[in-house]
Design a protein around this ligand. Structure first.
Ligand SMILES: C[S@@+](CC[C@H](N)C(=O)[O-])C[C@H]1O[C@@H](n2cnc3c(N)ncnc32)[C@H](O)[C@@H]1O
Length: 276
């Protein structure tokens, strides 16, 4: 599999053509924080909570490591606090077709991988690491994943970062998309994303994942009630179950399934589709 890398992860400059994030000033300039923690949650409390979860799954932190990370991210900021808050609770395992995906074992792209929580979960559950690529448009959350899991040496080669979608058509057997559609902002951006997912799949390939949606019972979360959360909710583009179904069909997918699940204030759409 040929992979094009246009930006390197923090502290790593081993690929040709790679420009690593070298100076603090540049990092600060590029790091536009895209959210805040909800009321009652702090960066400190979240690091303790998330690292307790990961420690219980076998990550062995040296003494003082948690405090070191807190101090680092207090200085540098966290681009996506809500992605951080999800670490240790991977959505991929909740997908109704997860067991089937584990059995397929084809080449798999995590399109918009964030910290890489989902692909680490796949490998933990038996998926071959060498078949997986995590792709994102920046290193921010991927680097956070390296810090939290302390496994940069094992995983660096499996991640690709590029502002432009870097893969050739018909490269993967499976594309996973976890909570990406609703952050894309516009219908046009969603269409481009879905069309890339279609194109990068081999014939008979599988596109699956989830996104936040809306329905009559769960209207788009806008207005004063949500402002305190500061999550830039107006920028989230939520689709209805019908709209997502139609979008996948129009992109060329067949056997499209979209189911919805509500939990308290959120509606999540789970999808699964095949490239003919
Ligand atoms: C809400 S996060 C979800 C991360 C991860 N998939 C998860 O479930 O935790 C959305 C991710 O999509 C990435 N993203 C946004 N636009 C993208 C695009 N056009 N192509 C690929 N990734 C994108 C963001 O950088 C971010 O890491």
């Amino acid at each position: 599999m040929r992979i094009t890398v246009s930006l390197g992860p923090r502290d790593i400059n081993q690929h040709s053509g790679v420009s690593s994030v070298s100076s603090k000033a540049r990092l600060a300039k590029n790091l536009k924080v895209k959210g805040h923690f909800p009321e009652g949650v702090t960066l400190e409390s979240e690091f303790h909570r998330v690292m307790d979860i990961l420690a219980s799954t076998g990550v062995n932190y040296p003494p003082g490591y948690c405090e070191m990370l807190i101090s680092k991210y207090k200085k540098q900021g966290l681009l996506y606090p809500h992605i951080f808050m999800r670490v240790g609770k991977p959505n991929i395992r909740k997908h109704g077709r997860y067991q089937e995906i584990l059995e397929k074992r084809g080449s798999l792209l995590d399109y918009g991988c964030g910290t890489g929580d989902d692909i680490r979960t796949l490998v933990h559950d038996g998926y071959p690491r060498e078949k997986i690529v995590g792709y994102d448009v920046n290193w921010s959350s991927i680097n956070l994943g390296f810090d939290l899991y302390m496994d940069q040496d094992k995983w660096t080669e499996r991640f690709v970062v590029s502002k432009k979608f870097p893969f050739q058509p018909s490269t993967f057997d499976i594309v996973y998309s976890g909570s990406v559609l609703h952050v894309l902002g516009t219908k046009r951006a969603i269409k481009i994303y879905v069309s890339n997912a279609y194109s990068v799949l081999k014939p008979t390939g599988t596109f699956f994942g989830s996104t936040l949606g809306f329905s009559k019972e769960h209207p788009r979360l806008t207005g004063k009630r949500w402002k305190w959360r500061g999550w830039r909710l107006r920028r989230l583009k939520r689709l209805s179950q019908e709209a997502l179904h139609k979008l996948l069909r129009e992109a060329g997918f067949s056997d499209v399934e979209v189911s919805q699940e509500s939990n308290s204030d959120k509606l999540r759409l789970w999808f699964y589709a095949q490239k003919p």
